[in-house]
Design a protein around this ligand. Structure first.
Ligand SMILES: [Zn+2]
Length: 293
């Protein structure tokens, strides 16, 4: 781990405390990621959870190959591979590996997946441009390994792009705020004969919205205002199943525990989760504005 304390000594305010706490908060996960393994499970229909306790990844079985969302931190690729095999799938069947946004904890293992399994790497054009021009924007300074690197994706997404494979058609929308190129994804799945709309807001953390963060990285755009507009746009979407970018965004693990407790009900099928998540972002934005963070 590089000591970044000197170069960040000018960092102040709310961002400073989140920044200083990031690596200590993740230390145990960095030292022994397998302790954070989650037995993979079917959320509904052909949609599966393959992430760990720190960061989400999901798999869709389209009938003509697999689509995966997010390749996680760079030090825990083996957990994803283990989860995919445990579900009975072969990682060689991944056709598209789609990334939610350009931070290392979501694209960390993309090179491993492309090299080992030949999948097409997908990311938003905007985030690819930003992190290519300034790799620090991918938050590499928090990475537990030096292996995270920025590669050239195979497919770049714009607002309105679609990824289609087998029975699945994913609508991709630009949802900036957390990063300038964060995407939201919407697609339908079928479960026991009924159709459900899945929504994935691919980045809602506040670390990258604080003014001191924006100043440090030379971002002139008001990202709190941008996030505010994105939340307004996403409120128009009806979502039956909300999947998370980190497990706390949709209470992935709490819902999984409920599922095991009561197999007759599926807590992931809940159209209230989406607006509740957006309300939570609005509350935190208001707090940021009040406190001048
Ligand atoms: Zn992020």
């Amino acid at each position: 781990m590089t000591d970044t304390s000197a170069e960040n000594s000018h960092v102040t305010g709310k961002y400073a405390s989140v920044h200083a706490g990031f690596v200590p908060k993740h230390r145990e996960y960095y030292e022994n990621p397998a302790r954070y393994y989650v037995d993979p499970f079917r959320i509904a229909g052909n949609l599966y959870y393959i992430g760990d306790r720190q960061v989400c990844s999901h798999l869709i079985d389209t009938g003509e190959g697999l689509i995966m969302f997010d390749s996680g931190f760079p030090h825990s690729a083996h957990l994803l591979v283990q989860a995919i095999w445990q579900l009975g799938f072969d990682p060689k069947d991944i056709r598209y590996l789609i990334h939610s946004h350009g931070h290392f904890d979501h694209f960390g293992a993309w090179l491993e997946f492309r090299t080992l399994y030949g999948c097409q790497i997908v990311m938003s054009r905007v985030d690819h441009e930003r992190i290519s021009a300034n790799p620090a924007l991918a938050l590499m300074e928090y990475s537990p390994t030096p292996y995270a690197r920025i590669i050239e994706p195979d497919i770049l997404l714009d607002d309105g792009s679609r990824i289609e494979l087998g029975n699945t058609s994913i609508e991709c929308k630009l949802a900036p705020g957390h990063t300038e190129g964060t995407m939201a994804f919407f697609f339908d799945i079928k479960d026991e004969g009924r159709s459900y709309r899945v929504g994935y807001f691919g980045g809602i953390g506040f670390l990258s919205l604080y003014r001191d963060y924006l100043k440090k990285y030379g971002i002139e755009r008001d990202m709190q205002q941008t996030m505010n507009q994105t939340v307004r746009n996403l409120r128009r979407e009806h979502v039956d199943i909300t999947i998370g970018n980190h497990p706390d965004h949709n209470d992935t693990l709490g819902k999984r525990a409920q599922m095991i407790e009561n197999p007759d009900e599926n807590p992931f099928i809940d159209s209230e989760t989406w607006p509740r998540m957006l309300d939570g972002i609005d509350r935190r934005l208001a707090e940021c504005q009040e406190q001048g963070w």
